[in-house]
Ligand binder design. Structure first.
Ligand code: SF4
Length: 64
């Protein structure tokens, strides 16, 4: 799987960034992140691509 580009239309609409600017929120601790402890992983909002653990988008959701 290829890394998600910040220029990707879905990434733009979700304001995805490879470096989260939000304290306490990143893909690594988002409920949707499928990568576990890995630095890159799947996210269902970006099928076929991989997001980075350090990233963020506006659909971030806390793990329950
Ligand atoms: Fe990262 Fe957003 Fe996917 Fe959560 S929903 S893993 S913050 S890209």
């Amino acid at each position: 799987a290829a890394p998600v580009s910040e220029e990707d239309p879905t990434a733009r609409s979700l304001e995805y960034t490879r470096e989260s600017g939000v304290d306490g929120q990143s893909c690594s601790n988002c409920a949707l992140y499928q990568g576990g402890d890995a630095p890159e992983g799947d996210c269902p909002l970006f099928p076929g691509d991989q997001v980075v653990a350090s990233g963020w988008c506006k659909s971030w959701a806390p793990k329950s």
